[in-house]
Design a protein around this ligand. Structure first.
Ligand code: PLP
Length: 371
């Protein structure tokens, strides 16, 4: 008995607590095995069609079109909008590099906008300052699942005649008032990469209520042809199809999406309760209708704390560095809010199946060392 107990402790101390680890329940694994065992097409077909219909229903949008990832989604939207060469597209300085890179790949000009210190999303005031006669579009990121001030951003876009695109990669389960994220602009991009709330390993989708754009995107992702197998190519297009195996995984998670959302909210609340008395840690709240993607905290001395956690077999991730700290975006200056927070941010372990005792353990170390 004694031996068993110590063995258990040993195993626990050995096991790594990941920042995010995918967790497919038995049913999802079984559905993938059944799919592989069955007489199926593997390529993008009926299951992808079903996933697209179900995801459109879940987000309450007219169209959903799957893509291999949440980068190509945004590139494709920009390409299909046919913006004139050198048009400016404004992007938040606190987002994943993909949001800005797609602008460059589409031969457009990126301009970076600072974030708000209320919600870490694009700051409407700074957006207004950055708009010029060349500005044609804004890509808005719901950073970490926070909706931010997108209604104000939408108003500005309307007034200034700018196209709004949403990078909703983090925003599955986040609602703006009662509308799922992604319904305010012309189109929104979702990512289904490994750490996302719905993961296909890799994958992405665009939702849009614009039927003309949806039609163009479907042609664009399928070599410019209407139907696979019929080689009439009236348009220029890529091959950006996915596989039905990915969609089987996606469908399995969509079935249980409500419980996944609830779990993420509970994880955040437990961290918040445990850390709320620590005045050195800044924890931005989530509104009731927002789903935290990962738990993000901001404090001085982030590198030291990351190392201490690692020694305790707890893996975390620095939040995205400010884009203008990257070589390829270094020409952009004077973005003080994003510079301040991005350099102090850490994503804490936030896997769906994280145990309460692990959250408590992480918080204990944080409270002991950030003081
Ligand atoms: C905000 C944001 N946008 C876009 C992407 C790119 O998505 P993908 O990895 O599916 O290409 C990511 C990926 O993490 C992201 O976090």
């Amino acid at each position: 008995m004694m031996q068993k107990k110590s063995q258990k402790n040993y195993n626990q101390s050995k096991s790594l607590l990941y920042q995010i680890k995918p967790n497919f329940g038995k049913n999802i694994k079984k559905s993938l095995i059944d799919y592989v065992k069955g007489d199926n097409w593997i390529t993008e077909y009926k299951f992808t069609e079903k996933f697209e219909n179900e995801f459109a229903k879940f987000t309450n949008s007219k169209h959903c079109i799957c893509f291999p990832n949440g980068t190509i989604t945004m590139s494709s939207v920009l390409d299909c909008l046919d913006l004139s060469k050198n048009s400016e597209v404004l992007v938040s300085n606190y987002t994943m590099v993909a949001t800005a890179n797609v602008v460059k790949f589409s031969r457009l000009k990126v301009k970076l906008v600072d974030i708000s210190n209320k919600d870490l999303c694009m700051c409407p005031k700074d957006l207004l300052k950055k708009i010029s006669s060349k500005t044609k579009a804004v890509i808005y990121t719901q950073m970490n699942g926070r909706i931010g001030q997108i209604n104000k951003i939408k108003e500005i876009c309307k007034k200034k005649n700018l196209i709004l695109i949403e990078d909703a990669a983090h925003a599955i389960g986040s609602y703006n008032r009662n509308k799922h994220a992604g319904n305010l602009g012309i189109a929104a991009s979702f990512s289904f990469s490994m750490p996302k709330l719905i993961t296909m390993g890799q994958g992405g989708a665009i939702i849009t209520n614009n039927s003309h754009l949806a039609k163009k995107l479907r042609l664009y992702k399928n070599f410019g042809r209407k139907f696979s197998g019929e080689d009439v190519h009236n348009h220029l297009g890529y091959n950006f199809k996915i596989t039905d195996m990915q969609s089987v995984l996606g469908l399995g998670q969509l079935k249980i999406i409500k419980s996944l959302i609830e779990k993420k909210k509970k994880i955040f609340k437990r961290y918040q309760r445990n850390l709320k008395n620590n005045s050195k840690i800044v924890l931005f709240n989530f509104k009731k209708n927002e789903t935290p993607w990962s738990v993000d905290i901001y404090f001085d001395g982030v590198r030291k704390i990351k190392k201490i956690l690692e020694k305790n077999k707890i893996l975390t991730r620095y939040v995205y560095p400010p884009l203008n700290s990257q070589k390829i975006y270094k020409e952009f200056k004077n973005l003080p809010v994003s510079t301040y927070f991005c350099k102090r941010g850490l994503w804490l372990p936030s896997s769906i199946n994280i145990k309460n005792k692990d959250i408590d353990r992480v918080c204990k170390i944080l409270n002991q060392n950030i003081c």
